[in-house]
Design a protein around this ligand. Structure first.
Ligand code: HEM
Length: 368
């Protein structure tokens, strides 16, 4: 059994031994108890260096935390304000009878969210590079680019972001400046001159991967599970909750201890990693009945989400929960109202990089 080759199988096998936490290779303590996971996220006793991955890139953490919070709040407000104008129903209606997933879900998300990611006024180069990054880093990430071409694309995108940022900073300082209308504008306005171009680009990419990657994969899983197992009479909201329970896209959320302490009788040191593992928590039989089955009806009238952690929790919890349910819910509603979904061919069930995405499958859509 090899953790790197098949981490989910490894975790499934180790979880049979029971317990609230167990060690993975490389001194990573994997938490499979929801209460413990929440405590790590809450970080009340400051046992962990306070940072989620979202604002941490190659160039370090964007500081202070106040700026991170402002970016999150403004991005959420922008999404809320723009959601009605997002025509996901039309995009779903235009799907071909046979489509290849999960990339169809990612491309749908890019199409409908494009104006939120890059306003009309952005340069053509910025928009084109943005689409190239989605194709190579999300849609075709297995076959995508050589390391060298990836670096070249990143360098060109960096230059394009720098230019857009210069323009934003100049217009933000003009009297009566209008509020930002896209995610890059939110980041440039909130950071002003307290971030490097590299940091601005990395945060923009984190948003891009969340919106097109994570939300697109959530649509992919929801479509796959509905087509495979059926979900008649169940709300799309409950299908999404169950899809994210069985296949939490962020399945491995790491924290670095600030000092030595004990978790569930396991001593951890500053050199170890503590991993809150929503995948293991969501399949823990002490939290869930029939944890491995797709049972969206379990959510009907059930408001207990104490062991459901696909979006993290506590001070660093995700700001995109409502947007995810909103957009994926509308896409699923539109699909289920007009089409019968059938899976034609499917390969491996899961792909596990930093995101847990469905393996490739063809979907056949026929009119009801
Ligand atoms: C299915 C979709 C999504 C999943 C599974 C997801 C998952 C997560 C998780 C697990 C965290 C916490 C990370 C940690 O504690 O280390 C997080 C944080 C965050 N997410 Fe999401 N996310 C999703 C969609 C989105 C969307 C659509 C946006 C915004 C457009 C977004 C923006 C953020 C931000 C800004 C944070 C950092 C919050 C903070 O540190 O204050 N996410 N997300």
């Amino acid at each position: 059994m090899n953790f790197r080759r098949d981490p989910l199988k490894y975790i499934d096998t180790r979880a049979i031994e029971g317990g609230e936490a167990f060690w993975l290779p490389d001194r990573q303590l994997c938490i499979r108890d929801a209460g413990l996971g929440r405590a790590v996220f809450r970080n009340q006793d400051r046992l962990y260096l306070g940072a989620s991955d979202f604002f941490t890139g190659r160039s370090g953490v964007l500081a202070p935390r106040k700026i991170q919070i402002r970016i999150g709040a403004e991005a959420r407000a922008l999404l809320e304000a723009r959601m009605e104008a997002v025509d996901i129903e039309h995009a779903v209606d235009s799907l071909d009878a046979k489509t290849f997933w999960p990339k169809t879900g990612n491309r749908l998300l890019l199409e409908v969210m494009f104006p939120v990611l890059a306003a009309e006024t952005r340069s053509r180069l910025f928009k084109r590079l943005l689409a190239d990054i989605v194709e190579t880093r999300i849609c075709n990430r297995k076959t995508g680019l050589t390391v060298l071409r990836r670096m070249v694309l990143r360098g060109r995108f960096y230059n394009a972001v720098s230019r857009e940022r210069q323009r934003d900073m100049a217009s933000d300082r003009a009297p009566g400046a209008a509020p930002p209308t896209d995610i890059l504008g939110v980041i440039t306005r909130s950071t002003d001159d307290r971030a490097t171009d590299e940091q601005v680009m990395e945060i923009f990419l984190a948003f891009l991967f969340a919106i097109v990657g994570s939300v697109g994969f959530t649509l992919g899983w929801s479509v796959y599970l509905t087509a495979r197992y059926g979900a008649a009479g169940v709300s799309s909201h409950d299908i999404i909750s169950e899809a994210l329970r069985l296949y939490p896209i962020a399945w491995f959320i790491a924290r670095r201890p600030a000092r030595a302490h004990e978790i569930a009788d396991h001593p951890v040191t500053k050199d170890d990693t503590v991993v809150v593992c929503p995948y293991a928590i969501h399949r823990n039989p002490s939290h869930w009945e029939k944890p491995d089955s797709f049972l969206p009806e379990r959510w009907a009238g059930n408001s207990d989400r104490s062991a459901w952690l696909p979006f993290g929790a506590g001070p660093y919890g995700c700001i995109g929960v409502a947007a995810t349910f909103g957009i994926v819910g509308r896409a699923l509603d539109a699909l289920r109202a007009t089409r019968v979904m059938r899976i034609e061919t499917a390969g491996k069930k899961t792909e596990h990089g930093p995101m847990l995405s469905p393996g490739p499958f063809y979907l056949r859509l026929s009119l009801r």
